[in-house]
Design a protein around this ligand. Structure first.
Ligand SMILES: Cc1cc2nc3c(=O)[nH]c(=O)nc-3n(C[C@H](O)[C@H](O)[C@H](O)COP(=O)(O)OP(=O)(O)OC[C@H]3O[C@@H](n4cnc5c(N)ncnc54)[C@H](O)[C@@H]3O)c2cc1C
Length: 464
């Protein structure tokens, strides 16, 4: 018999390790305190829901998903010993910490006479398979995308025969409290393969054709919202890409271009997984080299105002409120709030990354880090440091009717869009009359932009 150790592949369909390793598998999931120490309520809530449905999928097929709490090396060796297990399979994770843990688990299993088997599943093409002609990892996304796009993809894996253990595991799934988390205040989307497929199908049936034109407008909410499913693997990437290609091949003109635009976002996810694989230190360090340390201002009062959504910049505050309410934030707004924290408030991206890690249901080390380092101009293929988003112009361009802002900032409901988008230029009296409860801008964008440029120029070793 084989054990398949599920981690961020919480499904039985299109699961490479589950399908490809020798022997019929049963599943196991291990709550690991070292991982839980970096987790947060929204993600754990989503994961528990996904685990309940994964366990149901095993049981429907006469098999079982064991759920244990402890050090995975010890848990897996013990389970293998008690169930006559020859192999333990799992799908690889690309962060440095996960790789260290996996090496340790593999060594413990080998020592116990059990064969560990590792697979690539979370992205279509494993690190090392998409490289420049010289064999180096791509540093520029566009080149990566072109190679990724043209590379043939595997079909989704079928669900394999699962082993029968003749009994159900008597360990119930823990609840959030037992794992040390308070219930999340945000509403968390349903987590199962069925929920992921419903979302994918609905998206491919309609919004995907609007994606290229409307994806940047947060009030339209026309993106796929697949991110937590891709993060936890409630759906497989081959299945998603196969669905996207089928829709692309049936479309023409602008519709087809829109589908391709969506597909290119999936490739960003693969790109950042490669970046993390080759540069595990980016989790805490700037990807880019600077001559001197960046002298972030790091005013704690500014960080707190940003977190609370009380900056007096309406689109920024709306994004931070959406994050609290939905454990999610629209991509365009993520870019705006990240730029605001780093370039207007001059605060280190690591404060923002830590906050997103706590609040996002889709927090993914590679994507979150990639997004923050892009916005902070410290990453690979990042926003150039001299291109500083103007948060007022961004709000006006991407939320012209201030609909998204009104949805998330009740203090600004009923205020005319031109006042909302001119908030920084209103007099104190105009602001008091229009929205007495909404704060004044905490910084002056034009002045902070100059300071940001000077801060980066100093770090780059340029003139004072
Ligand atoms: C500061 C910052 C932090 C971010 N943190 C995360 C994170 O923790 N987890 C996460 O999945 N994404 C993150 N992103 C990327 C992006 O914002 C989200 O993937 C997207 O908003 C999720 O919504 P969606 O599923 O509707 O996206 P869609 O637009 O429908 O895209 C489909 C999928 O493509 C992938 N994708 C899309 N855009 C990106 C991108 N720029 N980088 C990497 N993958 C992308 C995601 O898996 C997404 O689910 C971050 C972006 C920024 C600027």
């Amino acid at each position: 018999m084989r054990l398949h150790w599920h981690r961020r592949d919480l499904r039985v369909a299109d699961n490479v390790g589950l399908a490809d390793a020798p022997d019929e598998p049963v599943g196991v999931f291990v709550f690991d305190d070292d991982v839980l120490a970096h987790a947060a309520a929204p993600r754990v809530a989503f994961m528990l829901d996904a685990l309940a449905s994964l366990r149901a999928a095993y049981r429907e097929r006469g098999s079982e998903l064991f759920v244990r709490h402890g050090d995975p090396a010890a848990v897996l060796v013990e389970l293998a010993d008690g169930h006559d297990v020859e192999y333990v399979s799992w799908n690889r994770d690309y962060s440095g910490l996960a790789r260290q843990r996996d090496d340790r688990v593999a060594a413990a299993l080998s020592e116990a006479g059990v064969t560990p088997q590792r697979f690539h599943d979370a992205i279509c093409h494993p690190p090392g398979s998409i490289t420049t002609n010289a064999g180096d990892p791509y540093k520029v996304y566009t080149y990566f995308w072109k190679t990724w796009r043209d590379r043939e993809k595997d079909d989704p894996r079928p669900v394999p025969e699962l082993a029968s253990v003749g009994t159900t595991d008597d360990e119930p799934l823990p609840d959030l409290e037992a794992l040390g988390f308070d219930p999340p205040t945000a509403s968390i989307p349903p987590a199962s393969t069925a929920a992921a497929r419903d979302r994918l199908e609905a998206f491919l049936d309609g919004d995907v054709y609007e994606y290229a034109d409307r994806r940047d407008y947060p009030a339209d909410d026309c993106t796929s919202r697949l991110s937590p499913h891709l993060k936890f693997g409630t759906v497989g990437v081959r299945e998603v890409d196969q669905g996207v290609r089928a829709v692309r091949d049936g479309a023409a003109g602008d519709d087809r271009e829109s589908v391709v635009e969506f597909r290119s976002q999936l490739a960003w996810r693969a790109f950042y997984a490669h970046v993390l694989h080759y540069n595990p230190e980016v989790v805490t360090e700037n990807y880019a080299d600077f001559e001197h340390d960046i002298e972030w201002a790091d005013d704690p009062a500014h960080v707190e105002a940003w977190k609370r959504g009380e900056t007096g910049y309406p689109i920024v505050d709306a994004g931070m409120a959406q994050l609290r309410a939905e454990a999610y934030m629209h991509n365009r707004v993520r870019m705006i709030v990240a730029s605001f924290l780093t370039k207007d408030l001059l605060c280190d991206w690591r404060h923002g990354y830590a906050h997103f890690r706590e609040y996002l249901v889709d927090h993914d080390t590679a994507n979150d880090n990639g997004g923050w380092q892009w916005a902070a101009s410290t990453g690979t293929d990042a926003q150039p440091y001299f291109r500083v988003f103007n948060p007022m112009t961004q709000g006006e361009r991407y939320d012209p009717d201030a609909k998204y802002i009104a949805e998330h900032v009740p203090e600004l409901r009923g205020v005319a869009p031109e006042v909302v988008h001119g908030w920084d230029e209103c007099s104190p009296t105009q602001r008091r009359n229009a929205a007495p409860e909404y704060p004044e801008p905490i910084v002056d964008h034009a002045e902070r932009r100059e300071r940001a440029l000077a801060m980066f120029e100093r770090a780059r070793g340029g003139a004072e």
